[in-house]
Ligand binder design. Structure first.
Ligand SMILES: [Zn+2]
Length: 242
């Protein structure tokens, strides 16, 4: 991680992470939460939040278009808030449930990567008593999307924190080693030809749907993550899917 003084930063500072650093950070959180083996149903993000930060998500009305928020206090204390409406929809709808998981993972990314930006005065014991001591980071639905993973332009825009949180989200929900292990277990996987054989026989949507089901994430997120993982057939995978 590099720290850069920037007018576009938070408290005059912006952080720079390599993709490997974000992956290592989120993998560390997952493993420390006791999730070191490929797990049917994917990563339990709430368990990560609890084990790493000692917090549980709170559900509140956040207003139109806002799915989640992370509150940072100068003391380093954190709070994650999720849209109550999203929480309700997630109980009855798979798409909303997966959006909820994405939002939790995105906020978890903010907690892991951006807490230091707000810890300007660690000696201060103020937690949530003073509104002034809290910086609220709202995440709108348009911000929480796997496509940003591929848009280098976002690295330099004012939404660099969103870009990094989206990286953290997909790397937490679709860990590289878990995805590769799962792929190798798919019927028809060929270690020399990667996913090519399965795609030729069963079609690209078959692969994307199997991964989405196994990891309980959206197909869109799988689509982008498979490409970013640099699987041998990723180019073809994307072309076939577009
Ligand atoms: Zn965000």
């Amino acid at each position: 991680m590099r720290t850069i003084k920037s007018k576009g930063g938070i408290n005059g500072v912006r952080l720079w992470f390599t993709l490997d650093e974000i992956e290592a950070t989120m993998g560390g959180l997952r493993v420390r939460s006791g999730q070191d083996q490929l797990r049917r149903g994917g990563v339990d993000v709430e368990r990560v939040l609890k084990s790493e930060f000692g917090i549980e998500a709170d559900y509140q009305d956040l207003g139109d278009g806002v799915l989640g928020a992370t509150h940072f206090a100068e003391s380093g204390e954190l709070a994650v808030v999720i849209s109550a409406q999203l929480g309700e929809e997630a109980e009855v709808d798979t798409v909303a449930w997966r959006r909820l998981r994405s939002t939790l993972a995105h906020e978890c990314g903010h907690c892991a990567l951006h807490r230091t930006l707000f810890q300007m005065n660690r000696d201060q014991t103020t937690m949530f008593e003073s509104v002034d001591a809290i910086d609220k980071h709202l995440c709108r639905s348009a911000d929480i999307c796997p496509e940003m993973e591929h848009s280098g332009a976002h690295e330099f825009s004012k939404s660099w924190t969103e870009y990094q949180a989206n990286q953290a989200m997909s790397q937490l929900l679709l860990p590289r080693e878990w995805v590769l292990e799962f792929m190798e277990q798919l019927e028809g996987y060929d270690s020399h030809n990667g996913l090519g054989t399965i795609i030729a026989v069963k079609g690209v949507n078959y692969v994307i749907e199997r991964v989405a089901e196994a990891f309980d994430v959206s197909k869109q997120m799988v689509h982008y993550r498979l490409s970013s993982l640099g699987l041998s057939s990723s180019t073809r995978l994307l072309q076939d899917n577009d």
